[in-house]
Design a protein around this ligand. Sequence first.
Ligand code: ZN
Length: 331
Amino acid sequence: MRCGSGALLVAVILGTGCGRAAGPPHPPDPTSAPSASPHDSDSKSGKERLPAADREEGDWWVGESSHYVIFVQKRARNGTRESTEHARLQELKPRMELLHRKYSLAFGVHSNPEKKASIRLYLDKAAYQAAGAPSGSAAYYIPRTQELVAFEDGNEGGTHVFQVLCHEGCHQFFDLAFPGFYERRDLPMWFSEGLADCFGASEIRGGDLFIFTLSGLAGGRIEVIQQAVLARSHPSLRQLLEMNRASFMNGADLHYAMSWSLVHFLWNAPSMDAGNGAYHGVVIRLIEGLKAGKSGGTLVREAFQVNGKPINLDRLEGEWEAYVKKLRAKK
Ligand SMILES: [Zn+2]
């Protein structure tokens, strides 16, 4: 389940069979009004979703925002004051809401699932691992329980845990908004992971969250894909688009990096990170296609078009390679 290089390791824990995820029974209503303030009413139930006051439950601080229930571990007593842990919870709540707004915009989903998304943040690595975390991971999402689990002990180096949450939170959002998505056998891994990585490559500037940037986890991905492009050791674009989960995970470092770079390229090129690129419509059509339940060749054929004409994938691969060589991480 390793899917990153260096300090960044993210994972999605999937069942060996289908039918394990238990999503809300009905898909959200796409016509519901956007939810913009923490005090908006729930568009489905009409009930207020007022955040409850923070509370202590055993080894956890528990706090709620409009869309999340967040658990922050009370670290084993090692000199850290509890106020630090509570501060971590208070910091996470507005950040996750900021992120939720980005997901809502990107996926065109503005109604609330029936239950809030759950996040569990460990501050103690041993406890995180003892609770069943995949080896080498910094965070993972469990479709069966729909919980996002992460750990942060201040020794991560490089990528901040929030960026890993941005990646895994993307899986969680999609799973809650489109129940059963991760049960699909034909899940396009390159797009699911590449898009999640584009959320992970995020930065907070001036109180706003910017996604699809060249900072955060983009640094590690750039290093890997540039080496592969120079060495011509990456799969062809067509092979990546058709890759199943087993093949994708067998060579995960390269495939994650290639997928991130491809989605980033489609969204931004010819600019490096200004968005609204020549192929950004492909990303939008892929999201819409997945929401409509399309898959495989149909999904790709309908998405990879410009002005209604199919994109030549060989030519696109050449453009993507040239783009990759120009990528520079932002610190
Ligand atoms: Zn992922």
